[in-house]
Structure formats: structure tokens, C-alpha cells
Design a protein around this ligand. Structure first.
Ligand SMILES: Cc1ncc(COP(=O)(O)O)c(C=O)c1O
Length: 478
């Protein structure tokens, strides 16, 4: 019943705009958030499954949905994916955000301040590191031939991940919009940490919503957020529930709060903003590749939680058709186990958190709980732009299981002395299968999206303590 009501609200589009004052608008939006709170759904979701469109590139400014016109501008669509599936009162907000975003992009002062912050505060550019021993390791298992593997060291950013690129830029936009405080959600804690740091730097208040189970497993990042002055709010469920609660908190005070998304999901312009601010990763990679070997990479590999680090690396190369783009999702306990986060491999198209994209959902359109050993991979959806890259065939997607990610984490520690985050370890986890299929000397760039200090106790517990336990059992039975 509540879902039906919600669907009706979302598809409703009035051609006449009724004026309501600020208080009335906030009350109306909060009331709606409360109605939908009873269900699995956050305020922006629906389970509408759109029919496939004949053309993937749809440049119509308006699309029809069950006979009604929807206010989706062409710039918010990636083929049939994306859009702005929000309550009518929020459409105006997101249109305003789009204007603010475009103004910022065209403003030389903003660009100069951002470039300075990325250089002097975040520590960019990040190195493109030749992982020589890792490359040798895969060559030694394939008659001495194989690719040269390079790591884009996003883990070396201040805050330990690529999330800082976007957090800094959006916090600057929040400031331009006159907001006093920022609300966000985090899974791995990396985006929460980056946002908390950016807010401290720009004198903004910061509230981070995080699933209680993620607070437990990513405790080191929570401690740092707290020291940076952020309030961390615990939420039942997973990252998707934290994302929904952050949204509910924000719609209660649109005037003063800015919702700073770190994921390449949500209603337009959120996915485009995140991708734009992350695209520095691919831009630097192009220049660095040219300097290092005088060409382009042959293959780009990135993990896919929602898509921000993958799009950050891929976007620059989308038109270079000789560059393979490979996204690696969380394979969890295996794709047939039902316990994974492989949205692009196993999901179907639907609407969630304000946009059309691939989703993990059951036959009734209810969202399936995702699973991954990496908190940042555990999301049941994916950014609309990645859905488009999948459907157009431009990018390939596969999955690495929890165990493969753990192996890759240990391997990188021992062969290169680098801790990758468990999220990034998924991208590294497919090298075992990918490397033997590639030409000798081909150039592979893997996005090392984050640092794995936060995951050390998980890996230590799963690998070292389990081995120790087995050894103890063995000796006590002999
Ligand atoms: C270091 C790191 N890499 C990757 C991800 C996955 O997210 P995305 O696909 O948006 O990059 C996260 C998410 O929290 C993360 O912290």
C-alpha cells in the first residue's frame, strides 16, 4: 500500500507550480519521508521497471512514463538510465543544484581554489606506480609473460582514498550555496572521513550517517571522523539505509543543509557531479602514462561499489575504444549464493534513490540485501552511467569474491608493501584470471582507490587468526 502511494507520488508531475512557503514545503517533505519510512524504501525510491528503449542515446528533453510526462532533462540521462525520480518539491532543488554545479564549473575562481585544495590539501597528483613485483608474480605463473601492472595510488590522498576529490569540491559548492551544515552517508568510512575533513577545513558542520555494523567494522575511520568534529549517527541495516536516513535528515532542512553525496548514484545532477569531480583520476592517468611509456593504458581496472572511483578512472578514456574498461563488483560468497553485491552482473533495471539503474531486487521489486566483505561495496544499486556503459558494451563487468579480495589484499602487502582497501582489493582480485589472458608487456592500470589500514583487523582476523585456530585444533587432535 505504502509502495503504491509512493509510486503515485513519484510519477506525479504537475504542469502548474503551486507556491508553498518554506515551512509548509519542509513539513510536506518530512511527512512524506515519515510515510515511506515504514517500508523498505527511502523517500526517493520506486520499483518501476522501465521498458527498454530502442536507442541507448536518448536526447529527448522529456520522456513519457505511463502516459505522463516526466521532468527529466536530457543532461541527466545516460541512455535509458539516470533521471530525477524525486518528489515534485525536490525537483526545483535539484534543478537549482544543477545550475550551481554548472556555474562552479565555469567559474575560474572556483576552479583555481579547487585545484589549489587538491594539490596542497589532498596531496594530488597521486602517483602512477609500476607494481614491478606484482607484475613479475603474474608473469612467473604464465611462462614469464604477462602485463605490466600499474597502480593509480588514490590511497595516498589525504584521508586515504579517492573520496577526497569529490568531498572537497562539493563542500566548496555547499559553501557557495550559503549552507551551514553538511549531511552525508558512508559505508567504508572513507567518504565520511573525507567529508568530515573538508567540512573542518571550510568551517561547515558535518553529520555522517553510517550503518551500525559498518561503524563496528570500519571503526578506525569513525574515530577519525569524530576527531575531525563530525557527528556520526548510527543506523540499523546497511549502507543503503544510512544513505536513506541521510536523505531524510537533509529534506527536513533544505535551506541550511547540503546533502554531500560521495556515490555516483542518486537523482541528477548527483551522479554527474561525482563523476566530474572524480575525473581528475583518469586525466592524471593519461598524462602519466604518456610520460612513463609514451602511450595509453591498454586496460583500466577499478572496483565498483556505486561507481565513483571507476568512473573517475574510466571517464577520460570512454572515447578511446582501444582502452578496455573493466569494473569489478563485490562477488561476496559467490554469484550463485545470493550473498553478493554484484548489481551489474545479477541485477535488473529499476528505480532506486531517485534514478533508473541496475538494482538487486526480488520478483516483487523489493531490494535484496547486498553482501560484501568490503563495506564500501555493499550497495544494492549502481550509478546510472555505469549501467549505460554496461548496456552499450563499452565497459565489461565481473566480480571478485570475498576470498579473492582477501588474497589480493595479502598479495599486495607482501609483494609491494602496500595496503589496499578491501574495496580496491576487489579490482586487484581479478588479476589472477585477467593477467594470463593479456599480451606480454601490455599496460594495465588498476585503481588503488583507498588505503587498507581500516581493514587490517578484518584481514588479520580472517586470515591469521583463522590459520592459528586451525593449527591449534590440529595439534590438540594429534
Ligand atoms: C576506498 C574505496 N574504494 C571504492 C569504494 C566503492 O565506491 P565507489 O564505487 O563509489 O568508488 C569505496 C566506498 O566507500 C571506498 O571507500
Amino acid at each position: 500500500m505504502a509502495c503504491k502511494l509512493q509510486g503515485a507520488l513519484i510519477s506525479y508531475h504537475s504542469r502548474t507550480t503551486k507556491f508553498i512557503d518554506k515551512k509548509e514545503r519542509a513539513a510536506s517533505v518530512v511527512a512524506r519521508a515519515e510515510i515511506t519510512h515504514q517500508t523498505e524504501f527511502p523517500p526517493l525510491s520506486d520499483t518501476y521497471v522501465p521498458p527498454p528503449t530502442p536507442s541507448l542515446i536518448d536526447n529527448n528533453a522529456f520522456e513519457t512514463f505511463q502516459g505522463e510526462e516526466l521532468p527529466i532533462s536530457a543532461s541527466g540521462k545516460f541512455g535509458r538510465f539516470g533521471g530525477k525520480f524525486v518528489h515534485e518539491h525536490l525537483v526545483a532543488y535539484f534543478s537549482q543544484l544543477e545550475v550551481e554545479f554548472e556555474n562552479a564549473l565555469g567559474d575560474h575562481t572556483f576552479q583555481a581554489e579547487l585545484a589549489e585544495a587538491l594539490r596542497d590539501y589532498a596531496g594530488r597528483e597521486t602517483p602512477l606506480y609500476h607494481a614491478q613485483r606484482l607484475s613479475e608474480y603474474y608473469k612467473s605463473r604464465n611462462n614469464g609473460t604477462g602485463p605490466d601492472i600499474y597502480l593509480k595510488r588514490e590511497d595516498l590522498n589525504h584521508g586515504g582514498s579517492h573520496k577526497m576529490n569529490n568531498a572537497l569540491a562539493q563542500a566548496m559548492i555547499a559553501k557557495r550555496m550559503g549552507c551551514k551544515s553538511v549531511v552525508t552517508a558512508t559505508g567504508s568510512g572513507h567518504h565520511g572521513l573525507a567529508t568530515a575533513a573538508a567540512c573542518a577545513k571550510l568551517a561547515l558542520e558535518c553529520t555522517v550517517f553510517m550503518a551500525a555494523k559498518d561503524i563496528e567494522r570500519q571503526y578506525s575511520n569513525v574515530r577519525l571522523m569524530n576527531l575531525l568534529g563530525a557527528e556520526v549517527e548510527a543506523v540499523d541495516g546497511g549502507f543503503r539505509d544510512a544513505a536513506s536516513d541521510a536523505f531524510r535528515c537533509w529534506v527536513g532542512d533544505l535551506e541550511n543543509k547540503y546533502h554531500l553525496t560521495g556515490s555516483a548514484v542518486g537523482p541528477h545532477p548527483c551522479p554527474s557531479m561525482v563523476r566530474e569531480f572524480q575525473s581528475v583520476i583518469g586525466k592524471e592517468t593519461r598524462t602519466q602514462a604518456l610520460e612513463k611509456w609514451g602511450g595509453k593504458p591498454d586496460v583500466l581496472v577499478a572496483c565498483v561499489g556505486t561507481g565513483s572511483n571507476a568512473l573517475g578512472l574510466f571517464h577520460e578514456f570512454v572515447d578511446d575504444e582501444d582502452v578496455r574498461l573493466i569494473g569489478v563488483e563485490g562477488g561476496g560468497l559467490g554469484l550463485e549464493s545470493g550473498k553478493h553485491s554484484s548489481t551489474l552482473s545479477k541485477g535488473e533495471v529499476g528505480v532506486y534513490h531517485g534514478a533508473i539503474s541496475y538494482l538487486l531486487q526480488d520478483q516483487h521489486g523489493q531490494i535484496i540485501h547486498p553482501h560484501s566483505i568490503a563495506a564500501g561495496m555493499e550497495y544494492p544499486g549502481v550509478g546510472p552511467e555505469l549501467s549505460f556503459l554496461k548496456e552499450s558494451g563499452r565497459a565489461e563487468f565481473c566480480a571478485a569474491t570475498d576470498e579473492e579480495a582477501l588474497d589480493a589484499y595479502e598479495n599486495l602487502c607482501r609483494l609491494e608493501g602496500i595496503f589496499p582497501s578491501l574495496e580496491a582489493a576487489h579490482a586487484l582480485g581479478i588479476l589472477e584470471k585477467l593477467a594470463p589472458t593479456l599480451c606480454d608487456g601490455s599496460k594495465v592500470v588498476v585503481n588503488c582507490s583507498g588505503s587498507g589500514d581500516k581493514d587490517a583487523s578484518i584481514v588479520f582476523g580472517r586470515r591469521f587468526l583463522e590459520k592459528l585456530r586451525k593449527r591449534v585444533v590440529k595439534t590438540s587432535t594429534t
